[in-house]
Structure formats: C-alpha cells, structure tokens
Design a protein around this ligand. Structure first.
Ligand code: CDP
Length: 245
C-alpha cells in the first residue's frame, strides 16, 4: 500500500541502521585537519561528514561590530549543495541561518571572550554529507576547532540528540529517524561543568518521555566527550612525536 509508514524499530528492537536504542552511530573525530586555519576539526558520525574551521582572534570587519570589552564569536553553518540527496540550493537558507545562531549560542558560554576585546573569532561549519544531527555534530567539532586554535575555554562543548521513534526513546537519530520519527531533542553541554548550553525539541513528548530523552542525550554527550578528548590528545601526541624524531 502506498504511503504506508515504514517500521523504524523491528521486532528484535533494532533500528533501521541496525543499532540498539541507546547506541550512538560510529564516530570518527580528527583535530587539526586544515593547515590554513588557526584551528580545525573533522567528524564522521554515521553518514555525516562535517568539517569546522576557526580563524582568530583577529581584527573585526566591519569595524563597527567590534566590542570594547570582549571578542565577538561569529558562526556560519553551511551545507554543501551535494551534501544531501536532493541538491540543496547554494543560497543561504533560513535553516542555515537558524543553525548558525544556535551553534554560536551553544558555544559562546565556554569561550573566555573577555580576554580578546575588539576582536572576532570566526567559526565555519561546512557540512559535506548530511544524515541527521548535523547541528550537534557541528557543535562537537566547533568546540574542538576553537580548542585547536588555542582559544581559552571553560570546557569543551559536546552535543547529541535523542528522540522518539516508533513510540520509543532512542539515541542519536539519523536522517530517516529524524524525518519519520515523532520527536527530536538536541542537547549541547559542557560536561565537566555539568551545564547545558543548548536544549531544543521538535515534535511531541510527554513530560516523562522528555525526561528520558534528555537523560539519554546527556549520556550520549558524555560518551562523545571521551572521543573529543581522545582526538585532541592524539593531535598533540603526534606533534610531540614529530618534534622528538
Ligand atoms: O541536521 P539536524 O538534525 O541538526 O537539522 P534538521 O534541520 O533537523 O535536519 C535533519 C536532516 O535533514 C539533515 O541532517 C539532513 O540530513 C536533512 N536535510 C536535507 O535532506 N535537506 C536539507 N535541505 C536540509 C536538511
């Protein structure tokens, strides 16, 4: 029958990509991937492939945007036209504008902006391939690129979503689950400080389901945080090895 809703969780409790409900997609993170940026990072999270580049602190243009007592953090989230199945128009979309804003707001609380008055820190998030959850993956590598640029921060920021699919709360939704599921709760946090810097919800959840999704997102964030720290250390271990040989 046409338009029949597909089953997103099978009788064995497995999802469309074979994951269990509380399982993250496979994640690969690299730090310092662009030599022309002050800081950079790359993530593969399932089929997502995203790169982040940081430039600054540097002079602000146009100058009137500069603030006398702190730096400004600017963020541009951009999806490549070839990053999704149906070609995305290269023109900036409202969605990209919104995601640029939420990513900036999720990262701002961690940066000691007051240490760099009258400057700008520019973060570019380029989505090369998208498969759901790109704002979260963008935040995860955005904070790594800031750290790689040597910008003083209170903690890394890490993000992950949980949501409701076929009536069940699941971790780290992919594109199909995001589009055909019932709800999505993206969360960003500074895990060491136990502070949430982004909390959104798309869809409908009961208060109990919301709490379950929030707790699962936080659990996902903590697991990705361990991978973030490992990726940062790996870059600096390899630099030390190069210097020593
Ligand atoms: O990526 P994220 O979940 O943070 O944001 P979204 O607006 O909920 O988008 C979910 C997914 O829809 C994206 O990750 C893409 O895979 C897909 N998408 C698309 O296919 N075409 C677009 N023009 C925008 C998004």
């Amino acid at each position: 029958m046409k338009n029949e809703k597909r089953e997103l969780i099978d009788k064995d409790g497995l999802r469309v990509d074979g994951r269990k409900k509380d399982e993250l997609r496979p994640i690969k993170i690299m730090v310092g991937v662009l030599s022309n940026a002050d800081g950079s990072a790359y993530i593969e999270q399932g089929k997502n492939k995203i790169i982040a580049a940081v430039y600054g602190p540097r002079e602000v243009h146009p100058r009137h945007l500069a603030l006398p007592d702190r730096a400004i953090l600017r963020c541009r989230y951009h999806m490549a036209p070839f990053s999704v199945e149906e070609r995305k128009s290269p023109a900036p979309s409202r969605r990209e504008l919104e995601l640029s804003k939420v990513i900036r707001e999720a990262l701002e609380p961690t940066v000691f902006l007051e240490q760099y008055p009258r400057t700008a820190i520019d973060l570019f998030i380029e989505v090369l391939q998208a498969d759901g959850g790109t704002r979260c993956a963008g935040i995860t590598i955005g904070s790594l690129a800031l750290a790689d640029a040597g910008i003083p921060m209170r903690d890394l920021v890490v993000a992950c979503a949980a949501g409701k699919v076929d009536g069940q709360i699941v971790l780290d939704l992919n594109d199909i689950e995001d589009k055909e599921g019932e709800a999505d709760v993206p969360v960003a946090m500074m895990p060491n400080l136990n502070l949430i810097t982004l909390l959104q919800m798309d869809g409908l959840l009961t208060p109990e389901e919301f709490e379950e999704a929030l707790n699962l997102s936080i659990e996902g964030c903590r697991r990705i945080y361990a991978l973030q720290k490992k990726a940062l250390k790996e870059k600096y271990i390899s630099i030390r090895e190069e210097v020593e040989t």
